[in-house]
Design a protein around this ligand. Structure first.
Ligand SMILES: [Zn+2]
Ligand SMILES: [Zn+2]
Length: 174
């Protein structure tokens, strides 16, 4: 959904409502993030004396792979966007700490905005649940699916890639 802000400002008095629906299956660059349902977003663009502002909320049902046990799981990511929309020329004059959204030629591409937000908000290492037991470092058993005979359990180490841990377990068995 692309909006020409200059036209929108002329056609709308103080604000413009946004009803966004985007059918996106996955996001390039975000590995292992699958989107299960079309993304629905609702929001408003405000045209004020102080500038143009975007408020937008969207819920995204995604399927991820757990960083510990490697199981697939679904979760809903909540996106809440609050930005001032500025031109690239104006952005140069501004403090970059501010929440700004830079647009060129007065055109804002809301799908692109949502995708960028998703890339930022998607967890680097998703977990199926906070206390996921992961994979046994010794034998490679997925401890979310059943226990193993290695006692006591070494703490699952976050720093070890679970796939490597599995490999390590396999090597040990020889
Ligand atoms: Zn897990
Ligand atoms: Zn084990």
């Amino acid at each position: 959904m692309r909006i020409n802000l200059r036209n929108a400002k002329e056609e709308n008095d103080q604000y413009m409502d946004i009803d966004l629906s985007m059918d996106l299956k996955s996001i390039e660059g975000v590995h292992s993030l699958k989107i299960k349902e079309p993304i629905q977003g609702k929001g408003r663009i405000y045209f004020t004396q102080d500038g143009t502002f975007l408020n937008l909320e969207a819920q995204v049902l995604v399927e991820s792979i757990c960083g510990r046990c490697l199981n697939d799981f679904e979760e809903t990511l909540q996106l809440k966007l609050n930005y001032e929309i500025v031109s690239s020329k104006r952005a140069l004059e501004m403090d970059m700490e501010e929440d700004i959204l830079v647009v060129d030629q007065d055109v804002i591409d809301l799908e692109k905005v949502i995708i960028e937000e998703l890339i930022m908000k998607a967890p680097m290492k998703p977990l199926c649940k906070e206390d996921c037991k992961g994979i046994c470092n010794s034998c490679g058993q997925n401890l979310e699916e059943g226990s193993c005979n290695c006692t006591p359990h070494e703490e699952v180490q976050e720093t070890i890639d679970p796939r490597l841990a599995k490999l390590k377990g396999l090597l040990k068995e020889d």
